[in-house]
Design a protein around this ligand. Structure first.
Ligand SMILES: NC(=O)c1ccc[n+]([C@@H]2O[C@H](COP(=O)([O-])OP(=O)(O)OC[C@H]3O[C@@H](n4cnc5c(N)ncnc54)[C@H](OP(=O)(O)O)[C@@H]3O)[C@@H](O)[C@H]2O)c1
Length: 251
């Protein structure tokens, strides 16, 4: 009997995360989706496909409960998997304004969801699965905006830059182990989701790059969530996944 592969995916409810969840639910997969709300339609799809699905409702502004549930789940579930993968996909862009105008809670939320939850879940995953000999991977969904600055994007850019750096550091830690996990912070391209809508609807006076995002849509240069998810999952499946701990799916 082939053992299932365990996937843990944050932000499985909307956008590219939802598309990844739809593509992952298939026989041979056990998916744990983490979002603020459970999704009955995804549960129905998983049941129809013969895939195992758990949906955990957590607000990743406070990652503690999700971290503890993950530690407990992995503590009892080490043996029956053919491999285990954590995908930190959840993220948010706060109000698109200069940092001097940003609300403190809004800034904190973007950093907590985009960076703190990702690093804490990665730590919990690597700690709870240490010593497992099956393949383990961590895919952190980053952004080109973690690699180049943009006005009115301080918290989002900082969260993604931080994600790139902790991925690099943890990859060095894991490389010293006989069966260390492989990690990659991957920029997924520009995707037609609510996040892009949020950028296009920003005040042009506060956001000098707004016209760039408007043009991307007008020129049909956005990836559909389904296309983006397929590309990202194909990258995740590459034999050389993790050889570059910071990468771009377009490379
Ligand atoms: N769209 C792009 O062009 C683009 C480009 C580069 C990188 N990315 C990155 O790709 C990833 C997916 O982006 P997307 O465009 O698909 O975004 P999206 O459509 O806005 O979806 C964001 C996901 O994150 C979850 N999330 C947000 N706040 C949360 C919270 N407090 N607790 C738990 N989950 C929360 C959302 O779940 P809820 O339903 O709970 O809100 C949703 O599932 C993000 O990391 C983003 O930074 C996107």
């Amino acid at each position: 009997m082939t053992l299932p592969h365990l996937y843990i995916l944050t932000g499985a409810s909307r956008g590219m995360g939802r598309a990844m969840a739809e593509q992952l639910v298939q026989p041979g997969v056990h998916l744990v989706g983490i979002s603020r709300h459970a999704d009955p339609a995804l549960a129905a799809q998983a049941a129809a496909q013969g895939a195992a699905l758990e949906q955990w409702a957590h607000d990743l502004q406070d990652a503690g409960p999700a971290v503890r549930q993950l530690q407990q789940r992995l503590a009892t579930g080490g043996a029956p998997w053919s491999g285990a993968t954590l995908i930190n996909n959840a993220g948010m862009i706060p109000a698109v304004v200069p940092l001097r105008d940003a609300g403190d809670e809004d800034t904190a939320r973007a950093l907590r969801v985009g960076l703190e939850a990702a690093i804490r879940l990665t730590s919990a995953f690597l700690g709870a699965t240490r010593g497992w000999t099956v393949p383990r991977r961590v895919l952190n969904i980053s952004s080109g905006l973690g690699r180049r600055p943009m006005a009115s994007q301080s918290a989002y850019c900082a969260a993604k830059a931080g994600m790139d750096m902790f991925t690099r550091c943890a990859a060095l830690d894991e490389a010293r182990l006989p069966h260390g996990a492989r990690l990659c912070a991957l920029a997924p391209g520009v995707i037609d989701t609510g996040m892009q809508q949020h950028l296009r609807s920003a005040d042009a006076g506060a956001f000098p790059d707004r016209s760039r995002f408007t043009a991307l849509r007008a020129e049909h240069r956005l990836l559909s969530p389904q296309d983006a998810a397929a590309r990202v999952l194909a990258y995740l499946a590459r034999p050389d996944f993790g050889a570059e701990p910071v990468a771009d799916v377009r490379d």
